[in-house]
Write a protein that binds this ligand. Structure first.
Ligand code: NAG
Length: 439
């Protein structure tokens, strides 16, 4: 109701300030705004070039004005430069009721899956990003990594992800910052996802566990359904999850056009009790064809990066833009539960996973690496703080159902960070050749 009213105002071209969304907190598996309302993410991935998109205030204003008409309340930014000033963009977002999820890692401080390490340099760079953004009340959360783990061998990087979480939470308390949620954005790999999401929340020590878990999933390719897409399995594994879980990328574009029917499932009765929304990939149209908007056709080659204009006046890519707008209008502003009535005991922590055939490698709860450590080949095991899991639910149970549809649950072929990172550091594996190149 409120959304369509806003859309109508925007259509008339009347300037209207929506309510800013103050600091959001994570309680149990929900996000709440300061007034106690549950917060559901309706987000857009926003990364126009490899550089920081939150430094050009005029560009932000142009994009935010159009984004607002979609009903967006969050953006995700993969790469920022903590030495720059972000006041203008963060204010433009805030004035439009839009929060921001920021990746703390930059393209050169990523945790490497093949040779995992957590160094002082990485620690300090992550902390600088937090220091630069914590002052904005509309920062919804920070990611300590994006799709670091995408094959079996990579699961040894998981304790390093948790070490990053531990140290960023310690930094947050040492600096007396607000409890801004800190989490991880995972690739959707059927053989690893259930174990990873449980691992990052297990062991019973909240100083080391993620405040939220997010998933980059391209399982739902329209036309599809809750059952055939595989979302039914994602839901099984997310039921009563101990921290908020949401899609940090979604929006399969094969074959296209995108109908965004998955939004009706995510914000509908099937999933809404356990999920906190979705971020659609992505704002700008580029070679991978995931764009919701375009800045037009470059008239001169030198105006373009990778063949596309990356600033200017945004124009909706149709019908995808209108389809998303329609779906988000249809789901409206879900009420969920109010904080005062929410019983946090509904959630359950799962046991730390054991190794699985062709999947997870880390055995149970292991001693986390300290700053300066790199992977030596084994981890020292460690008892969990709570001896018994609080629930019998296990990630592996749900995992069996997933195997029925493994082909669909592959990693996102389009995420820019992955391409840049792999190309730079780890070298291209065969499958990468099919990926769309970022630049
Ligand atoms: C929980 O983790 C923190 C950070 O690693 C550590 O300092 C603390 O001792 C742990 N608590 C328990 C009860 O093990």
């Amino acid at each position: 109701m409120k959304l369509s009213w806003l859309a109508a105002i925007a259509a008339l071209g009347v300037a209207k300030t929506v309510e800013a969304i103050g600091p959001v907190t994570a309680v149990g598996n929900k996000f709440f705004t300061p007034d106690g309302k549950q917060f559901f993410v309706k987000g857009i991935a926003y990364q126009l070039t490899e550089g920081d998109p939150l430094v050009d205030t005029e560009q932000c204003k142009r994009d935010v004005a159009l984004m607002k008409t979609l009903g967006t309340n969050a953006i995700r930014v993969y790469h920022v430069d903590p030495s720059k000033n972000h006041d203008g963009c963060m204010k433009a977002l805030n004035d439009a009721g839009i929060t921001a999820l920021i990746d703390l890692d930059t393209f050169d401080t990523y945790i490497l899956p093949a040779t995992p390490a957590w160094t002082q340099t990485m620690h300090d760079r992550y902390a600088e990003v937090m220091d630069a953004f914590i002052k904005y009340d509309n920062v919804l959360g920070f990611f300590v990594g994006n799709e670091i783990i995408s094959t079996e061998a990579h699961s040894n990087a998981a304790p390093f992800i948790k070490a990053a979480v531990r140290d960023m939470k310690a930094h947050r308390s040492a600096k007396k910052y607000r409890e801004v949620p800190i989490g991880y954005s995972a690739a959707d790999i059927a053989e690893l996802r259930p174990m990873l999401q449980d691992y990052l929340t297990c062991g019973g020590n909240s100083s080391e566990n993620v405040d939220f878990f997010a998933l980059n999933s391209y399982e739902w390719c329209d036309p599809s359904t809750y059952e055939t897409s595989g979302y039914v399995n994602l839901q099984k594994q997310a039921k009563d999850f101990p921290v908020p879980i949401f899609f940090s990328e979604t929006g399969c574009n094969v074959p296209g056009p995108r109908l965004f029917d998955d939004q009706l499932a995510i914000f509908g009765p099937q999933m809404i009790n356990d999920w906190s929304g979705a971020i659609v990939y992505e704002w700008i149209q580029e070679a991978n064809h995931y764009g919701l908007i375009t800045y037009g056709t470059p008239t001169k080659v030198e105006d373009a990066i990778g063949g596309f204009l990356r600033s200017g006046t945004p124009t909706p890519v149709l019908p995808d833009f209108e389809n998303l707008k329609e779906k988000w209008e249809q789901v409206g502003q879900p009420t969920g539960v109010v904080k005062g009535k929410y019983d946090v005991k509904h959630v359950s922590t799962r046991p730390c996973p054991e190794p699985t055939e062709g999947g997870w490698l880390v055995r149970g709860n292991v001693k986390l690496p300290s700053v300066g450590e790199s992977f030596t080949g084994t981890f020292e095991s460690m008892a969990s703080v709570t001896a018994a899991p609080t629930s019998a639910t296990s990630g592996e149970e749900g995992g069996t159902g997933t195997a029925a549809n493994p082909a669909r649950e592959t990693q996102n072929p389009a995420a820019p960070t992955k391409v840049v990172f792999r190309g730079m550091v780890a070298g291209l594996v065969g499958v990468m050749l099919f990926f769309t190149v970022w630049f």
